[in-house]
Design a protein around this ligand. Structure first.
Ligand code: FDA
Length: 319
């Protein structure tokens, strides 16, 4: 969380290739990595997905990777998503042509689809995202575009807006730590609009983001209020007990039912709470990452919680 004094250092390390070599070269890392990552390949993630679906939860699957520097890399990511979507489309939970909530979703990062390429980044990422959306539509699978660091917010939201003309179910992610987000919530709270609200996981400057934890939490609750009062489909992505407790009264006041919004949590985090909410008849979607490019994702999870880092360091040092 933002209360973690080591957070800036860990997030800086998440961008360092030297630290990456040290961390990924340590065999003990694997144990903690396995807590957050559902496997190296599609077959292992599909086993996890089966178990989550059977337990009454929905899923959003992320093929790990970010900051692609070349078009071939972006193309390879698209190919993996197409195979993933095809595999999901073969599950009984797939909903081709369905207009209701789709239990199967994929999440993707535009930086993995080429957004950061020199010159043609926006076009390449848009076309790649469109290819995945078209396949997802045919398979009865939803797509949500992850939020990355603040330098990509404008381009990401404008790409989502453009693709929503053809794929109105395409979801966006907003981060409550950004000062702009309450306004973005107002703009994206319209009918049919799916918005995943999270606190935000990157290291951002004071000029664009709230830095203290209380301000981020307060912003989250304001943004949540805007989305729930709106007419879209709010996706409440948080493990925070205070956030989860706030949802019920807001939902009741707005007259929404349990199918008009959903809770979302990350694979490996508060699994019991996920099961408890699902057991109460609430919709719960689990974000399930897989693939070998887990380093940056893993470091963001370490940065969120000092005890994760302590556990990690203790296991490295005690060898
Ligand atoms: P907070 O950090 O206050 O944590 C509340 C409690 O949750 C903790 O006390 C602990 O019990 C538990 N917890 C939280 N993080 C933990 C961890 N790493 N390990 C163990 N326990 C933990 N961010 C982003 O920038 N772009 C994105 O696209 C997404 N996408 C996304 C999807 C989904 C489904 C979720 C749940 C989250 C994201 N995030 C994200 C990450 C998000 O921005 C945020 O960093 C984390 O969810 C942690 O914030 P919480 O709201 O959970 O609260």
């Amino acid at each position: 969380s933002l209360a973690n004094p080591l957070r800036p250092a860990i997030l800086a390390a998440s961008r360092s290739s030297r630290v990456k070599r040290a961390v990924t070269g340590t065999p003990v890392t694997r144990k903690l990595v396995d807590r957050f990552i559902a496997g190296d390949d599609r077959n292992s993630v599909l086993r996890t997905v089966r178990a989550l679906l059977d337990s009454g939860r929905s899923v959003s699957i992320d093929f790990l990777g970010e900051d692609t520097r070349d078009e071939e890399g972006a193309r390879a990511t698209v190919d993996e998503y197409l195979q993933l979507v095809a595999a999901l489309g073969a599950l009984p939970e797939a909903a081709p042509g369905g207009s209701g909530v789709r239990r199967l979703e994929v999440s993707m990062k535009l930086s993995a689809l080429g957004l950061a390429l020199p010159d043609r980044g926006t076009e390449v990422a848009t076309e790649n995202a469109r290819t995945i959306c078209a396949a997802a539509e045919a398979a009865g699978v939803w797509v949500t575009v992850d939020a990355e660091d603040h330098t990509t917010t404008d381009s990401t939201l404008s790409i989502v807006r453009e693709l929503r003309r053809d794929y109105p179910w395409l979801g966006a992610v907003l981060q409550s730590y950004l000062r702009r987000t309450e306004q973005d919530c107002r703009e994206l709270a319209g009918a049919g609009s799916r918005v995943r609200l999270c606190k935000g996981a990157y290291q951002e400057p004071e000029s664009v983001a709230f830095r203290d934890r209380a301000a981020v939490d307060a912003s989250y609750l304001r943004c949540l209020g805007v989305l729930i009062d709106g007419s879209g489909y709010p996706m409440v992505a948080s493990h925070d007990p205070a956030v989860i407790a706030a949802v019920g009264p807001l939902v009741t006041k707005s007259g929404r039912t349990s199918t008009d919004y959903e809770h979302q949590m990350l694979f490996g985090i508060r699994d019991l709470e996920q099961g408890r909410l699902a057991g109460e008849g609430k919709q719960v979607r689990v974000y399930v990452p897989y693939g070998t490019q887990w380093y940056a994702y893993f470091m963001r999870r370490l940065a969120e919680r000092p005890s994760n880092l302590r556990f990690f360091l203790r296991s490295v040092v005690s060898r």
